[in-house]
Design a binder for this molecule. Structure first.
Ligand code: AR6
Length: 172
C-alpha cells in the first residue's frame, strides 16, 4: 500500500455496526427505509428512531448519499449510500459506485468527520464484482486524500471472504 494510504486505510472483517468511529456507511436502497444485508443490520442495531429520520429524507438516488445520526450505534453518524445493482457492467455501474464513495467522502469534510468505515457497497445483494469494486474504492480514496487530507482513518469492512481477498490484493 502507498505510504499515505497505509497510514489511513485499514481493512478488517468486523461487523460495521460495532465500530466506535465517527461515521459508518450504509449500503442502502433508494427508499432509505431499510432492507437486508448490512442495511438491515444497521437499522436493527441503531433502533427505530433511525427509520423515523430516514422517512424524512424522501429517499436517495443511486450513486448519491445522505447522512443521519446513528442513534444506538457507537458511531456518531450514518451515511446512507445507494450503490448500483450490477447488470453486466454496461449500465454506468462503475461510475455510480465511484460516485457513492465520492459523496460519502465529501460528507466527511462537510461534517468534520475524521474517521469513517465503509462496507463493500453493492458487493452482495446488488452483485457488483468485488475485484472491480476494490479498484474503484482505492481510486476514489486516493483522489480524495490528495485534495482533502483531513481524514485520520478509513476502515474498509470486508465482511465476506471474496471482498476481503479482492481488497487485500488491491490495497497491498
Ligand atoms: N458489517 C459489515 N459488512 C456487512 C455487514 C455488517 N454487519 N453485513 C453485510 N455486510 P449488502 P448491497 C457486507 O448485500 O450489495 C439491502 O437490502 C456484505 O457481506 O448489504 O449494496 C439494501 O436495502 C457485503 O460485502 O449490500 C439494498 O436493497 C456488503 O456488506 C441492497 O441490500 C454489502 O452487501 C444493497 O445491496
Amino acid at each position: 500500500m502507498a505510504p499515505n494510504l497505509m497510514n489511513i486505510v485499514e481493512l478488517n472483517r468486523v461487523d460495521i455496526t460495532k465500530l466506535t468511529i465517527d461515521a459508518i456507511v450504509n449500503a442502502a436502497n433508494t427508499s432509505l427505509l431499510g432492507g437486508g444485508g448490512v442495511d438491515g443490520a444497521i437499522h436493527r442495531a441503531a433502533g427505530p428512531e433511525l427509520l423515523t429520520e430516514c422517512r424524512r429524507l424522501n429517499g436517495c438516488a443511486t450513486g448519491q448519499a445522505k447522512i443521519t445520526t446513528a442513534y444506538q450505534l457507537p458511531a456518531n453518524y450514518i451515511i446512507h449510500a445507494v450503490g448500483p445493482v450490477w447488470c453486466g457492467g454496461q449500465h454506468n455501474e462503475a461510475n455510480l459506485l465511484a460516485s457513492c464513495y465520492r459523496e460519502c467522502l465529501t460528507l466527511t469534510t462537510q461534517y468534520k468527520i475524521k474517521s469513517i468505515a465503509f462496507p463493500a457497497i453493492s458487493c452482495r445483494i446488488y452483485r457488483f464484482p468485488a475485484d472491480l469494486a476494490a479498484n474503484i474504492v482505492r481510486q476514489e480514496i486516493e483522489i480524495f486524500l490528495a485534495c482533502e487530507p483531513m481524514l485520520d482513518k478509513i476502515v474498509l469492512s470486508c465482511f465476506n471472504s471474496d471482498v476481503f481477498n479482492a481488497y487485500d490484493k488491491i490495497f497491498k
